[in-house]
Design a protein around this ligand. Structure first.
Ligand code: AMO
Length: 440
């Protein structure tokens, strides 16, 4: 049996083909107008918004009421989308019982001036997420995930789901959330790193995971969440680092192309433009990146370690100016500042075969080739102050034979933020978790 829309309902998007028909609509009443004694209301369902013309004497339900109404479809050039429904019957299925903190339909685009404060919008997600503008952000996130899914599956990737309750950390600096696990402690996974490597070592070779990632970082910035959605990718047998760069560049371009093709309405509604991706993302090493950002090339006695937020911004401005691209790869990071699983460069073990992808001034992804030699890995684990004994199940992957492999991780909320040019990563999250926020 095929699953269908309920038979007594017409969706707003189908009204234009139903001129003169009597239809029943279900949805939310999001605006009311009184013009020359005639009462109008707008009904919103998952497919769009339509004007209702209410008969004289009918009380207009309160804003945000959930209604069912029946009436005749009439094409009307002066109606907002060229069609309206002249209502004969209307039932309120559920009316608000409290005053709404704000009217979701009159909100400006997320993170822009003029509306309620971000904290108020986040406190009242039940209302802000009803706004068509906020829902445009949610649809964009969904299309980004769909683009990743299509792109990766088409290239033989298998989607996996790995545990989020784990026995230890993987990402060095980023903190761990400890949770009670019966008689002992467990942690919330900082990344699926060890599991995705384990899976890429099997004959599946290519895996990806979309799942929650937990970071107990205390800083409250516009770029950090304490829980985010990771898109993690791992492959066996990459040719070299460039091979990974072309994979992630293709993936990000596929996301941009899908948004351009399917989400122009959402982009227009938010008054934003997709980033310029240009012909190719430039690839620069960290020393060059530092020089571009600060005007000074790092030296042996004063080596580059990280990029600050302001430096990432300057580098992307340079990439746009010089290469016509708001995306830029930074490579050759110092091995000692990258996680233990990173592969040192063959010619200079102080540098690693790793990269960061910056987009519109923000780190969108990190990744690289991995160490797959068991002894070297064990040594790197020890050097970073971790206990090799606690990593025994992971180390066995390498001791039992493991192909060369590599991969990367992307943060969904940062992708949404930068594809939409939003100033704060919270604006790209549904229910953000940050230092001060655990609800809703
Ligand atoms: P990394 O820690 O750089 O790498 O994370 C990968 C990507 O995840 C996103 N991200 C975040 N988004 C929001 N809030 C945060 N606190 C946050 N931290 C990270 C970023 C970042 O680029 N295991 C490696 C990946 C790999 O090598 O495969 C890792 O987790 O977009």
């Amino acid at each position: 049996m095929t699953w269908q829309e309920r038979s007594d309902r017409t969706l707003v998007r189908d009204l234009k083909d139903r001129d003169g028909a009597t239809v029943t609509l279900l949805g939310r009443l999001v605006a009311r107008r009184d013009m020359g004694g005639v009462a109008f209301a707008d009904l919103l369902d998952r497919t769009g918004l339509v004007q209702l013309v209410l008969p004289g004497g009918m009380a207009t339900p309160a804003l945000q009421s959930v209604i069912r109404c029946s009436g005749v479809v009439a094409m009307n050039e002066r109606a907002p989308r060229g069609v309206e429904v002249q209502v004969a019957e209307l039932d309120v299925l559920s009316a608000p019982q409290v005053d709404l903190p704000f009217n979701p339909e009159s909100l400006p685009s997320p993170c822009t001036e003029g509306g309620p404060k971000l904290e108020t919008l986040l406190d009242h997600r039940e209302v802000s997420l009803r706004s068509t503008k906020y829902l445009a952000v949610v649809r964009i996130a969904s299309e980004i995930l769909a683009a990743a899914d299509d792109f990766l599956r088409y290239r033989d990737f298998v989607e996996v789901k790995t545990p989020k309750l784990v026995s230890g950390g993987t990402e060095g600096g980023a903190g761990l959330f400890e949770v009670k696990y019966f008689e002992r402690s467990a942690f919330l996974a900082q990344s699926p790193q060890l599991y995705k490597q384990t899976m890429a070592s099997t004959p599946l070779e290519r895996v990806f995971e979309v799942g929650p990632v937990f970071r107990a970082e205390k800083h409250a910035t516009g770029r950090h969440l304490n829980e985010f959605t990771g898109i993690d990718v791992e492959i066996a047998y990459p040719n070299d680092l460039r091979h990974l760069l072309s994979l992630i560049e293709g993936l990000v371009r596929a996301m941009g192309a899908r948004l351009a093709e399917r989400c122009q309405g959402e982009l227009d509604m938010l008054g934003t433009k997709l980033p310029v991706l240009g012909e190719a993302f430039p690839v620069i090493d960290l020393d060059t990146a530092k020089e571009i950002a600060t005007g000074q090339r790092p030296t042996r006695s004063n080596p580059a370690e990280h990029l600050s937020a302001a430096e990432e911004q300057t580098i992307c401005e340079w990439a746009l100016r010089e290469h016509g691209s708001e995306g830029c790869f930074v490579t050759e990071w110092p091995t000692r500042f990258r996680p233990f699983y990173s592969l040192p460069c063959a010619g200079n073990r102080k540098k690693s075969e790793t990269f960061d992808l910056l987009l519109r001034g923000l780190e969108m992804s990190s990744g690289g080739l991995r160490q797959h030699d068991a002894a070297a890995l064990e040594e790197a684990i020890g050097r970073q102050g971790l206990d090799p004994a606690a990593m025994e199940p992971y180390l066995r992957v390498f001791r039992t034979g493991c192909p060369p492999h590599g991969g990367f991780g992307l943060g969904l909320e940062r992708l949404v933020q930068k594809f939409l040019d939003l100033p704060n990563v919270r604006c790209g999250a549904l229910f953000p978790r940050d230092r001060n926020r655990l609800a809703p």
